[in-house]
Write a protein that binds this ligand. Sequence first.
Ligand code: F6P
Length: 405
Amino acid sequence: MRAGNRKWVVIMVGLPARGKSYTARKVARYLRWLGYPTQVFNAGELRRATLGAGHRADFFDPSNRQNQRVLEGLARRTFDDLLEWLGREGRVGILDATNTTRERRDWLRERCREAGYEHFFIEVINDDARTIEDNVRANKLASPDYEGMGSEEAVRDFRARIALYERAYATVDDDEGSYVKVIDRHETMIVHRVDGWIPARVVGFLTNLQVTERPVLLTRHGESEFNASGKIGGDSALTARGRAFSRRLANFVDSRFGAGGIQVWTSTLLRTIQTSELLGRDRREWRSLDEIDAGICDGMTYAEIGESFPGEYEARTRDKLRYRYPRGESYLDVIQRLDRAIIELERQREPVLVIGHQAVLRALYAYFADVESERIPHLSIPLHTVIELTPRAYDCIEQRYALEP
Ligand code: F6P
């Protein structure tokens, strides 16, 4: 297999309620967005699907041979599913299970080696009692395992389950290969022998990920002269309608955030800068937020493109995601250049308002809402609408505000 096509198994490691699933899903969504088919395989889900839910702590006792055999069998089946999927269509398979013993990990490494896949570990370590408690209450009590049980009793039971796993837990050692250890909610990271493009993206992502919940607001600039005449690209100014939107936007932001902190990001194009002016707040101008480069079609209407370059027009209609304008960009190109903006967005602890453009916002939206690549170029991002996204541990809340002047 060529180095550029290597397939990866990411093995999660950590005690229950440390945030493994949260991290696994975030990484998967990011890699999928970058264009690498990635899927999470969760052993707990298979256990519940196979044996039914409702297992109490004593079920997980490492000294209970029979149950351990059952659990081991389920972990292996989860891994078989992962390998089968990687063989068929996947690029990165993430095994979301505790994998806290050396024996289990040695077995997994051996299977990866036999199958010809690379592997690296992401170990999530967190000993802060408060974080664990919050995690249990926020994510575990709703599990079908605890249906019909009082919350205090469920918390006690889950703590007992953790204690049983602690007995057999061995942290990943240097001789086990590449690993990333994410410690204390991303405060500290230890990176050991990580090598390769995909693992390097994952490390960069995890280094910047932080867990404060805050909204990201996306809006296109107000109507521009080019919008009014149906032309694409260019660097035209706002129309009177566009300026009226910028006033409404300023009022909206003031009433939502008052004098409080919200960052304002724009592209380097005039129409987004003008839209930000009445906000009266500092702004960051990002070249990577500039609209998709339409190359030789820049400044034309879609009808003109159809007449002058019918072949190009047709090719774009056929595959809008991959189609690259001659001397310009494709949606996939746009996604690649937005990687840094996404990582910066993940790093922020306060709300961010991004004033951007149609194609760029489709790509940013797709990251937060986990939209599959093929649908990205067709998402609806209308003018004069603010899309407020609040990413949470396992989903993303979306609210749209139409501010039509
Ligand atoms: O029409 C506004 C615009 O932002 C153009 O500048 C850009 O080429 C286009 O939208 C992107 O949308 P689509 O990919 O649907 O052509």
